[in-house]
Design a binder for this molecule. Sequence first.
Ligand SMILES: *[C@@H]1O[C@H](CO)[C@@H](O)[C@H](O)[C@H]1NC(C)=O
Ligand SMILES: *[C@@H]1O[C@H](CO)[C@@H](O)[C@H](O)[C@H]1NC(C)=O
Ligand SMILES: *[C@@H]1O[C@H](CO)[C@@H](O)[C@H](O)[C@H]1NC(C)=O
Ligand SMILES: *[C@@H]1O[C@H](CO)[C@@H](O)[C@H](O)[C@H]1NC(C)=O
Ligand SMILES: *[C@@H]1O[C@H](CO)[C@@H](O)[C@H](O)[C@H]1NC(C)=O
Ligand SMILES: *[C@@H]1O[C@H](CO)[C@@H](O)[C@H](O)[C@H]1NC(C)=O
Ligand SMILES: *[C@@H]1O[C@H](CO)[C@@H](O)[C@H](O)[C@H]1NC(C)=O
Ligand SMILES: *[C@@H]1O[C@H](CO)[C@@H](O)[C@H](O)[C@H]1NC(C)=O
Ligand SMILES: *[C@@H]1O[C@H](CO)[C@@H](O)[C@H](O)[C@H]1NC(C)=O
Length: 787
Amino acid sequence: MEFTPFFFLLITIIAFTVAAAQPHSNITLSSFLTTTTAGARNLSWLSPSGDFAFGFVPLPTNASLFLLAIWFANLPNTTTLIWTPNRDKPLPPNSSVILTSDGQLSLRDPTGTEIWNPGAPKASYAAMLDTGDFVLAASDSSILWNSFSDPTDTILPTQTLSPGTEIVAKLSNDDFSNGRFKLRMQNNGNLVFYQIAVPTGYQYSSYWAANSLMANSRLIFNVSGSIDLISPNGSVLSTLTSATMKSTSDYYHRGTLDYDGVFRHYIYPKQTTVAGGAAEWLLMDFKPADICQNLITSPGSGACGYNSYCGYDTKQMVACQCPVGYSWVDPNRTYMGCKPNFTMPSCISGVPSEGFQMVRIEKLDFPIEDYDQFNPMDEADCEQQCLDDCFCAASIHDGIGNCWKKKFPFSNGRKGNYVSRVAFIKVSNNDNLPSSHCTKKRTWILPGSIVLAGSVVLNFIILSITLIYLRKSKRKQNHQLNDSVLGPNLKAFTYKELEEATKGFSEELGRGACGTVYRGYLGPELTGTPDLAVKKLRDFQPDIDKEFANEVKSIGQTHHKNLVRLLGYCNQDMKRLLVYEYMSKGSLASYLFSGIRPPWEQRVEIILGIARGLRYLHEECSTQIIHCDIKPQNVLLDENFNPRISDFGLAKLLKTDQTRTNTGIRGTKGYVAPEWFRNSAISAKVDVYSFGVMVLEILFCRRNVEKEMEEEKALLTFWVSDCYNDGRIDALAEGDEEAMADMGRVERFLMVALWCVQEEPALRPTMGQVTQMLEGAVVIDPVPPSP
Ligand SMILES: *[C@@H]1O[C@H](CO)[C@@H](O)[C@H](O)[C@H]1NC(C)=O
Ligand SMILES: *[C@@H]1O[C@H](CO)[C@@H](O)[C@H](O)[C@H]1NC(C)=O
Ligand SMILES: *[C@@H]1O[C@H](CO)[C@@H](O)[C@H](O)[C@H]1NC(C)=O
Ligand SMILES: *[C@@H]1O[C@H](CO)[C@@H](O)[C@H](O)[C@H]1NC(C)=O
Ligand SMILES: *[C@@H]1O[C@H](CO)[C@@H](O)[C@H](O)[C@H]1NC(C)=O
Ligand SMILES: *[C@@H]1O[C@H](CO)[C@@H](O)[C@H](O)[C@H]1NC(C)=O
Ligand SMILES: *[C@@H]1O[C@H](CO)[C@@H](O)[C@H](O)[C@H]1NC(C)=O
Ligand SMILES: *[C@@H]1O[C@H](CO)[C@@H](O)[C@H](O)[C@H]1NC(C)=O
Ligand SMILES: *[C@@H]1O[C@H](CO)[C@@H](O)[C@H](O)[C@H]1NC(C)=O
């Protein structure tokens, strides 16, 4: 049928009312939806309960392109799509979907050209059901076609994956087009995960399977909350994922093959969405357990793109990374892999190893596609062999005498504690290797090992470099540190410059254990930041000159939005100063204990931010930084009230050193972990303890120790623990209506805090675990013992 403008106008008039968002029991013939305005989300047909919507959603990356889709209509985030038929062909405004007068469901572009049609027999009506299924039905209500039988990447409770059907992941978090992984229910009864090629869908090898060994088995999302492989006679053969403790009447459930190739079972509480949408999708279960280890494709790049390697982020999503010296081919499409930041050596030019060096990365392996192997060979030779070979882009050593050489590009990279091998990656000498990148752990080759193994020419180069370095360090001793030693991001100030910037150290911002902080003013031409905080250190270790350089360097390499940035330093004569960004909203302590309770959501964000900053210091820096003095006075707020940890890395600069070889204690009473007072080793867990105390303070807006209060309430940690054990959390949040309305989260945060303040350091979680628990990414299992 021709879709003329006149006809279009007619339909517009007839069906105008249909376009409003109301629950539709039956969608009658000639009903339609049109994408009119960019970003409009009202254009949908809702299920009677209002839980599900069928209609158009704009792409998150381009609000003037639309997908026909089914989504959770009650959730604040419409980007969790359940189904879409045009994932590879999003449509512009004025596209439409129509249930034609002859009973066909037709998706059309603005010219009226049909883009998609399920090809079902003539329907009498359509309906968006409360299960999330969109159906075309005959007049006797028999189903002619339904979206459940033609799934995209997600299945819902009551849905079945029949023999011969599959779901295909989306390409990336915000690209809904056909992705790199699929899950197929085969006719032979096996449920198999495959990696597939983009764009053709060519099927690479499988990486996980649940084998039923019975033809015509199905995958059923049981309404009780488990996803099972079911035999033709109805018996459960195996369970793929399960969340039966969370009733499908209280929680939305979905099983999604995510863009990273992992099938995840998520739930979302139905009630909190009514209260205000603070909730999020919680991960309950997933398969396969470790895709980084399970997936090996050849041909194919593996779970991540070429030259990159597989690991996990804190939400247990696959996180791919580039080795040192490599960067993303396209940062927005990391699955395309990494490219070298330099020209690979060519075998045409004579001396191959000149201009290149090898970078050692522990626990990294590219397990297949070697072009050469040696045995026995030690690590140093394995490294040198690759450096000297113009074909070689990387070599791998297994620690027991095996060495493998790799050509460019390398595939199937994985990094983790389960890897016992070490990789050597060839990079250019000239490449400006980043010194500010804290997340990449690097161990540089020691000059000594090369001097032993290297050629005469190389020895000469190394010797020269060493001499230059020594000259530089000498210069540094009588004057100030050289920029190139400290990295490009830090500025070395003279004392005079800082004296001028602080107007003779006239405006004091605060005083702490480390020294006094002054406000500074510098023109943007010097640092790009108009306002500074200049910290004059006192009591630093006199013989610290060399360490000062190292410590300042490691502080300067940290980069995280929840840390106060170090901009520069001064190390002149006996004066040591550190120059930081100025934080306009002052300290968390003054904000929290001013008597006016900060908004609940803000406090939640502050807790999460501090946790992430600490996790970064503990787990993501090349050298771990233990703060040793976490307290609200040392958390500053920027103009958006983002928490920023300050004074980190100072423990080693001051007399009161974190190894406690010196007698002083840097920590502050009320926040320090009990092991400070015992003769046991100090670890990052001291920060976890202090963090736990601080979380309680932020939750309940009071100091840990309030001498004025009644005895049972005077020490916050004890009071909280008592209340928690008595099941009276509400007593703690009394008078705080916002928190009372979010009791689930209060309880979660409180449990995390109680775990953090355990007396035994080993019982305390790591900051990585803390962030996961706070974010709800993992379930907090047992009840914390009383601290
Ligand atoms: C959706 O509809 C509501 C009520 O009809 C209206 O207030 C709102 O502005 C609409 N939103 C959009 C994006 O059209
Ligand atoms: C969004 O899509 C439209 C239509 O394809 C295109 O013209 C426009 O450039 C896109 N906008 C962006 C920001 O990519
Ligand atoms: C919506 O969900 C997507 C994917 O789960 C996420 O990337 C995005 O940040 C969310 N948006 C909001 C506003 O929560
Ligand atoms: C969509 O159609 C309307 C009415 O026919 C027209 O006014 C508008 O310009 C069209 N928009 C686009 C983007 O084509
Ligand atoms: C939908 O239409 C069918 C066929 O006309 C009818 O049998 C059924 O009762 C209708 N359902 C509702 C909820 O209106
Ligand atoms: C769902 O699970 C329950 C209990 O495990 C079982 O009794 C029921 O038959 C299952 N439903 C389907 C459709 O398999
Ligand atoms: C279904 O098949 C399984 C496997 O052959 C068998 O063990 C079970 O007894 C059968 N159940 C029924 C109800 O027939
Ligand atoms: C590679 O180059 C890009 C820009 O060309 C730069 O941003 C990145 O930091 C470099 N990475 C490495 C490891 O040198
Ligand atoms: C990545 O995406 C962002 C936002 O869509 C865009 O601004 C940026 O230009 C993209 N970068 C590249 C390299 O395509």
